[in-house]
Design a protein around this ligand. Structure first.
Ligand SMILES: NC(=O)c1ccc[n+]([C@@H]2O[C@H](COP(=O)([O-])OP(=O)(O)OC[C@H]3O[C@@H](n4cnc5c(N)ncnc54)[C@H](OP(=O)(O)O)[C@@H]3O)[C@@H](O)[C@H]2O)c1
Length: 273
């Protein structure tokens, strides 16, 4: 059976950078996202540059039936997934009660449900085939509650805790589980989340998706449990453990609200979901 690394959210940002970093190491890939054309051109490019086999599957992970179809294909096929990178994710920014409910639901479907289901399906297959590795992408947002990005922070806290717990449970099946917690880094994600990129990054030295992916791939080699690229981000992740929770949530709220309110209302209305 040919072995593949399955990467969700591979059509842009960190997922795409992970695909390139793994292809560079000679890994065959199975890429998943919604944009078929993007995936096709990425697959062609990576195959030409690195001589690896790159398959792709357009799938909307916010639709459980489509995900079921994809998982059935995985079961039937001759492909063995020995690395799962759950990178697809959505962010929203602004007052919770003012959010479009369908966008919030999609966030929960993609960031939590699809990720969990993929870990379950692919994890069972890995256990049958002698093991594997799972990398779930959370965020430094996972380390504190985030008023004005409530569902996003909560979804990433889920990913962090779930991954840490799985790491212990799946050890006996020879499945290594890690969680990647990047800091704010890249424009496409902020535009989709309707947040002020300049303010959120607030640091000219914030890492690019390529730097994050390289850091993550090296940390996977060392089987690191929680992977936080960047010294500043590691400090931000540690501070909530030292400060009282009321202070942590208040400061996070002030920070997020500033980023949100810097976006002109007209801009917010015109940005795509
Ligand atoms: N950017 C940051 O600053 C930052 C910081 C910390 C953590 N993260 C996390 O890193 C991960 C990747 O983010 P990014 O910055 O690379 O964002 P991005 O460039 O917006 O990429 C998101 C990826 O997820 C895919 N996706 C979104 N909705 C999907 C759906 N319903 N079904 C299938 N695929 C879907 C997108 O592909 P299609 O549009 O083709 O479907 C895209 O490939 C996310 O989990 C995010 O929470 C990002």
């Amino acid at each position: 059976m040919t072995r593949y690394a399955l990467i969700t959210g591979a059509s842009s940002g960190i997922g795409l950078a992970m695909a390139e970093a793994l292809a560079r190491r000679g890994r065959n890939l199975l890429l998943v996202a919604r944009q078929r054309d993007r995936l096709e051109s990425i697959a062609i490019e990576l195959t030409q540059r690195f001589g690896v086999e790159v398959l792709f599957r357009a799938c909307d992970l916010s639709e459980p039936l489509r995900l079921s179809g994809f998982l059935l294909e995985l079961e039937d096929g001759e492909r063995q997934i020995d690395l799962l990178v759950n990178c697809a994710g959505i962010g929203t920014c602004g007052p919770f009660l003012g959010q479009d409910w369908m966008t919030e639901q999609d966030l929960i479907e993609v960031n939590i449900l699809a990720l969990t289901r993929l870990c379950h399906a692919v994890g069972n297959s890995m256990a049958l085939h002698g093991g594997g590795q799972i990398l779930n992408v959370a965020s430094i947002a996972a380390f504190q509650p985030g008023p004005w990005m409530s569902t996003y922070h909560a979804s990433k806290a889920y990913v962090l805790h779930f991954s840490e717990a799985l790491r212990i449970e799946l050890r006996k099946c020879a499945i290594k589980v890690s969680v990647l917690c990047p800091g704010p880094n890249h424009a496409v994600f902020f535009a989709k989340a309707q947040a002020d990129e300049q303010k959120l990054r607030s640091n000219k030295k914030s890492m690019s998706p390529e730097e994050i992916a390289l850091y993550a791939v090296r940390a996977l080699d060392r089987d690191r449990a929680i992977i936080i690229p960047g010294r500043r981000n590691r400090l931000i992740a540690m501070l909530p453990r030292l400060a009282p929770r009321w202070l942590v949530r208040t400061l996070a709220g002030i920070f997020n609200k500033t980023c949100y309110s810097r976006c002109p209302p007209s801009d917010l209305k015109t940005r795509a979901r």
